[in-house]
Design a protein around this ligand. Structure first.
Ligand SMILES: CCCCCCCCCCCCC[C@H](O)CC(=O)SCCNC(=O)CCNC(=O)[C@H](O)C(C)(C)COP(=O)(O)OP(=O)(O)OC[C@H]1O[C@@H](n2cnc3c(N)ncnc32)[C@H](O)[C@@H]1OP(=O)(O)O
Length: 719
């Protein structure tokens, strides 16, 4: 709703009230229409201020309304009426003015912002464009290049930048509403014509065509198939080339195509899913709202390889004091140099002082004795990790949380090495740990809810999207990666090339195809795991049973490459070739193609034409099938958890919502039918066998994703 009061004798103060972010719901829009009308018809009111309650101007349109039948007054005429008013209207921007919130402010004649406010048009990240005049007014106000930047990236700007760009007229460190009221009093007699942004022409850019061609090229390169950024460019072009009314028509037309698109649904699902994963629960019934995190003042990191260094940086950047431990002096000094460099570069980027003093370096494990939380990040070897956990149990003060950064190993097994298994939890970071947004918080069978709550809260403080998951081989992310990768190898056996598979996945929107990703992370990582599992050792790939392991289809291709020291980028060759070890630019490798041909000939395999559709179906549907098994097993509480892990940790395109959301978009019946088809063709691949939960969902009429939990609950209760 919106409240009206008269202040300082002649200023009508309209205050938006819809906590937590004063979103422009139908009731709020109605409130604005009514109060503006009241202010304009009251002869005692000479000027108007619009503000938001609780220190926030407005977070934009109410996203929850988008999936529903919209009611209440529409935004566009509401904002036009404000702009057309004969009394000056001033927006008092505290906290946030985002999306429709900023568009409302752009309809006002003046804008005063608090110095801590942030402004932006983030609609593009919801698969939309600013369709309440934002694409038409902002370029007219600040010029085409700056408007293109803000609208196509959705980035927020500070009040200082907004002032520099010309979005706001004044910035204050004091009470924004008081400043706006004072300002409103001072301009009550001013002419408003020039203040109505829609009356103005866009400042003409020097070479319009080149500017828009460049902008279009840029968004196409970075959008990975997302359509909203492209529509944003088209809408801004309309502002630069058409009169305002026609531009508004174009904005509306473009919005209509986006509004009901699958991409918009996926991106809006991601918005809510990202927030939903914070409301975690465990199969025991423990929950985010009943488990109190412990205070953490001092943390420690054991092992300063790539992961340990990144974790140290991420912890220090939250303001925690960190003890970084590495056994060898030389490695310790190298790590110190690397961590300091990362902290300095990060601080420079964010315009703050580097927090070098927060990190102390030590070769002695005794140095972690007074840490509240320790993260072990040593080499991925169970025996080594067990030893570290035993040592930590002896050294740490009582009650210290012991966390492991393992990406797949058994948390319960590690916990059994300590007298207090309830204090043990997995904190699985993704490389580079100070950059990647995902944190899998892995609870073991004995992890206490308080410990899970602490790890989740710490993740949030580090700016991560933390997802609580249960303990199993590979947890959620890597467990689902296994069938995905395995199928990519089978596709090579069946006739594909790494380039073809990667192209299909990259066109789908993945940041990187499976083979390029494998080259980046190193083929030796998986090889070591397969050797530990008894699946691979030299010579095994040659015999009669080379393509069958443990009673199922197996592809030894990756093992054969490893046997030739083709570990990917680090050795300059893997599934692709690189110009040197450590090189980044992949090129198709003729050697690999001949190798595949010889391999197929040796095993009597006849290469056939594989198309993109088959790549996507076999790689993605097996991964999705494993996702359903994970839900069935209770390893993830809901599909949102899996989707956020894939979006934030594995380069899944956000505009496709995550693998489980995507399955819903494709249609669960279709996924089931294709899995059955492929399983018939490849009965020796158990991953292709559709899991029970998928069948049950289809049998229940394929409910929308937000209702899957009801079916999951039933399936779990029958296990
Ligand atoms: C054929 C059909 C033709 C159709 C044509 C249709 C025409 C329709 C015309 C529409 C006109 C367009 C109008 C406008 O251009 C569109 C928009 O404004 S879209 C919205 C833009 N705004 C945003 O994207 C902001 C989103 N929010 C955030 O980024 C953050 O929430 C925040 C505001 C920065 C605050 O962050 P935090 O402090 O970290 O808090 P949370 O994120 O946890 O949020 C708290 C709580 O609030 C909920 N929430 C936040 N913003 C909104 C919102 N805009 N609408 C609804 N709810 C919102 C959030 O979900 C949290 O809820 P909780 O999880 O706690 O329940």
């Amino acid at each position: 709703m919106a409240q009206f009061t008269r202040v300082s004798g002649s200023v009508g103060l309209i205050s938006l009230k819809n906590p937590p972010v004063n979103a422009l719901s139908a009731v709020v829009r109605q409130g604005i229409v009514d109060t503006v009308q009241r202010a304009l018809s009251d002869p005692k009111v000479k000027s108007v201020v619009i503000c938001g309650q609780n220190g926030i101007f407005c977070g934009g349109a109410d996203i929850k309304e988008f999936g529903t039948a919209m009611s209440g007054p529409p935004l566009v005429p509401m904002i036009h009426a404000i702009e057309a008013a004969e009394k000056p209207v001033v927006a008092a921007i505290e906290g946030l003015a985002l999306g429709g919130g900023l568009e409302l402010a752009l309809g006002c004649h003046y804008r005063i912002a608090h110095s801590k406010a942030r402004l932006g048009l983030p609609e593009v990240s919801l698969g939309l464009l600013p369709a309440a005049g934002g694409t038409q007014r902002l370029p007219r106000l600040i010029g085409v290049p700056a408007a293109l930047d803000l609208i196509t990236t959705g980035r927020h700007v500070t009040a200082a930048e907004a002032l520099k760009l010309g979005i706001v007229d004044q910035v204050t460190d004091h009470n924004t509403v008081d400043a706006a009221v004072k300002f409103a009093l001072s301009v009550r007699e001013h002419s408003l014509n020039a203040r109505r942004i829609s009356n103005n022409l866009c400042p003409p850019p020097s070479d319009l065509d080149a500017l828009f061609e460049g902008a279009m090229q840029k968004v196409r390169q970075t959008a990975r198939g997302a359509v909203a950024p492209v529509a944003c460019v088209q809408a801004v072009r309309a502002a630069a080339t058409m009169p305002y009314t026609q531009g508004m028509e174009r904005e509306k037309e473009l919005m209509a195509t986006l509004f009901t698109s699958g991409q918009a649904r996926a991106l809006q699902y991601c918005f809510f899913a990202q927030r939903a994963v914070g409301r975690w629960s465990m199969p025991s019934g423990a929950r985010w709202d009943t488990s109190k995190p412990r205070p953490i003042h001092k943390a420690a990191v054991i092992g300063l390889g790539t992961m340990g260094r990144g974790i140290t940086v991420a912890l220090a950047q939250t303001g925690l004091s960190v003890v970084a431990v590495e056994t060898q002096e030389k490695q310790l000094m190298e790590a110190k140099q690397a961590v300091s460099g990362m902290l300095k570069r990060g601080a420079k980027r964010r315009g703050v002082a580097p927090v070098l003093d927060l990190v102390s370096y030590n070769c002695n494990l005794q140095a972690v004795a007074d840490a509240d939380l320790v993260i072990e990040a040593v080499f991925e070897d169970m025996d080594l990790k067990k030893k570290v956990f035993q040592q930590l149990s002896a050294v740490c003060k009582p009650g210290t949380l012991l966390c492991t950064n393992t990406s797949a190993l058994d948390i319960d097994h590690l916990a059994s090495q300590t007298p207090n298994p309830e204090l043990v939890v997995g904190m699985h970071f993704f490389a580079p740990a100070h950059v990647m947004k995902l944190l899998e918080v892995v609870y073991g069978s004995r992890s206490s809810p308080q410990v899970v709550a602490t790890a989740m809260q710490l993740g949030k403080k580090m700016g991560k999207v933390s997802v609580a998951v249960g303990n199993c081989r590979g947890f959620v992310g890597n467990r689902m990666l296994k069938p995905y990768m395995e199928h990519a190898f089978f596709l090579l056996e069946d006739g594909a090339t790494p380039e073809l598979v990667d192209q299909a996945l990259e066109e789908f929107g993945f940041a990187m195809g499976v083979f390029r990703m494998s080259d980046l992370s190193g083929l030796d990582v998986g090889w070591r795991v397969r050797k530990e599992d008894g699946l691979a050792h030299p010579g095994m790939a040659l015999g009669q049973a080379a393509r069958v392991r443990q009673g199922r289809r197996y592809s030894p291709l990756a093992d054969l490459l490893c046997e030739q020291d083709r570990f990917g980028q680090k050795t300059g060759m893997g599934w692709y070739q690189y110009d040197k070890p450590g090189g980044r630019v992949s090129r198709p490798d003729p050697w690999l193609h001949s190798f595949l041909e010889e391999y197929r000939a040796r095993h009597g395999l006849v290469a056939r034409r594989i198309d993109h559709q088959e790549v996507l179906e076999r790689c993605l549907y097996t991964m999705i099938n494993e996702g359903f098994r994970i839900l069935e097993d209770g390893i993830a509480a809901g599909p949102e958890d899996i989707d956020m892990i894939y979006v934030f940790g594995y380069g899944w395109p956000r505009h496709r919502g995550g693998p489980m959301f995507y399955a819903g978009m494709v249609g669960l019946e279709r996924v089931l039918e294709r899995l059955e088809h492929y399983h018939q063709a490849h009965p020796d691949v158990p991953y292709l066998q559709p899991c029970n939960l998928l069948r049950r969902l289809v049998a229940s009429g394929s409910p929308p994703i937000h209702r899957w939990r009801e079916v999951i609950k039933k399936v779990r209760s029958q296990l």
